[in-house]
Ligand binder design. Structure first.
Ligand code: BG6
Ligand code: MG
Length: 212
């Protein structure tokens, strides 16, 4: 296969912020008296903040106005930002740096493709701001995964053809987005349906997995 760029999801692939998202949503749900558990939380992977809120509110007993929804999303983000303040470079997941360095050494571009509007803050916290050849995130898209927009924009920023890109994802919504973008897909953790799959990047070298 021709591989010129690898586009990484951020939350759950580069860094384990997924627990911070869970705790912040759990606090919102508890405060509102809405049932929320880890199984429901799995459905929020890769999905934008407002769409995540809609999923959390599926179990609510009352209807929320648009104004109330905006307020809840803001409050959740406030909790989340408190949690991610403690992130450091030590929170970069196992195998990530080895893989990134190897890709770069082989002339393969690396980018971020994340639904999160907090991407710039997180990259800074973990010491990777300025590291990637392109960063496409929740701040420059209008449709979140499974729409392919975030990955298409990353490839456009890199100037690489979509067919020469591979995405790395921990969310089913992200794998679907990668497929719709016409890119190769590598699933990590529990994500389903990828062209390739590994339990985590500590267990595999991306270039070996794709046979390069
Ligand atoms: C994704 C997470 O990366 O970003 C989702 O997997 C999250 O769970 C989404 O909802 C949006 O994040 P943020 O930081 O903009 O609220
Ligand atoms: Mg993710």
């Amino acid at each position: 296969m021709s591989l010129k760029a690898v586009i990484f999801d951020l939350d759950g692939v580069i860094v384990s912020t997924d627990e911070c998202h869970y705790l912040a949503w759990k606090k919102i749900a508890d405060d509102e008296g809405i049932y929320f558990d880890r199984a429901i939380n799995e459905r929020l992977r890769g999905v934008s903040r407002m769409e995540s809120l809609e999923i959390v509110l599926e179990r609510a007993e009352k209807e929320y106005s648009e104004e109330e929804k905006t307020k809840l999303a803001e409050t959740k983000n406030g909790f989340y930002k408190e949690y991610i303040k403690s992130l450091t470079p030590n929170d970069i997941l196992e195998g990530v740096m080895v893989n990134l360095e190897e890709l770069k050494k082989n002339g393969i571009k690396v980018a971020i493709g994340s639904s999160s509007k907090n991407t710039p803050i997180i990259l800074k916290q973990i010491g990777l701001d300025g590291y990637f050849d392109a960063v496409s995130d929740g701040n420059n898209i209008s449709k979140s995964k499974p729409d392919p927009e975030v990955f298409l924009k990353a490839a456009d920023m890199l100037g690489v053809a979509y067919a020469d890109c591979m995405i790395v994802e921990d969310a089913d919504a992200g794998i679907e987005a990668g497929k719709r973008a016409g890119m190769k897909t590598l699933a990590v953790n529990k994500a389903q349906g990828g062209d390739y799959a590994v339990p985590n990047l500590g267990k595999a070298k991306i270039l070996d997995v794709v046979g390069k």
